[in-house]
Design a protein around this ligand. Structure first.
Ligand SMILES: [Zn+2]
Length: 154
C-alpha cells in the first residue's frame, strides 16, 4: 500500500513512481479499472483531471499508464469499443425482453443509436483504467517496476 507521506513525496518529485508493495489480484485490478481508479494504487484521481483531460501518470502513485509500449491507446480504444458494444447489446436485450412480442423497432433503434454515439465518450476514462488493469494482469510488473525504479514511458 501507499501511505500519504509517500504520496506527498511522489507529488513533490514529479515523475518518480511510488513503490507498490501490495500488488492487487485479478478481481481487484478489474474492479479498480471499471470504477475509473488507478489499477496500481486504487486512487480515484488516476490518470484524469477531467472526464477527457488525461495526464501521463497517476496523480497519486505517479506510475505511468504507458509501460514501455507504444500503443497503449490502441488497447484502450479496443476496451472502449467492447464496452460500447456491450452497452448496445444489453440495451437491445432489455428492450426485446421487456416488449415481447411487439418490439417497438424505431424507438429501440433510436436508443441504440444514441448509445452508439454517446458510448465512446461515456466510457472514455474507464477504457483507459480498465485497459491498464488488463495490461497489468497480462504483463505483470517486475520488481524494478513495482519499486518505481524503472520508468515505463518511452
Ligand atoms: Zn496510482
Amino acid at each position: 500500500m501507499v501511505d500519504s507521506g509517500d504520496a506527498a513525496r511522489a507529488e513533490e518529485s514529479g515523475t518518480i513512481a511510488l513503490p507498490i508493495d501490495d500488488f492487487p489480484g485479478f478481481l481487484r485490478l478489474m474492479a479498480r479499472g471499471l470504477t475509473r481508479r488507478c489499477p496500481w494504487c486504487g486512487d480515484r484521481k488516476a490518470y484524469f483531471t477531467g472526464w477527457f483531460a488525461r495526464v501521463d501518470r497517476c496523480r497519486r502513485c505517479r506510475h505511468p499508464y504507458r509501460r514501455g509500449d507504444e500503443a497503449f491507446e490502441l488497447g484502450a480504444t479496443t476496451a472502449n469499443i467492447i464496452l460500447t458494444f456491450l452497452s448496445i447489446l444489453i440495451a437491445i436485450l432489455v428492450a426485446v425482453i421487456l416488449t415481447l412480442p411487439d418490439i417497438p423497432t424505431v424507438p429501440v433503434v433510436v436508443i441504440v443509436g444514441a448509445i452508439a454515439v454517446a458510448g465512446p465518450a461515456v466510457w472514455y476514462p474507464i477504457s483507459f483504467t480498465l485497459w491498464q488493469a488488463v495490461d497489468l494482469f497480462m504483463r505483470r510488473p517486475d520488481a524494478e517496476e513495482m519499486a518505481g525504479r524503472r520508468d515505463g514511458t518511452l
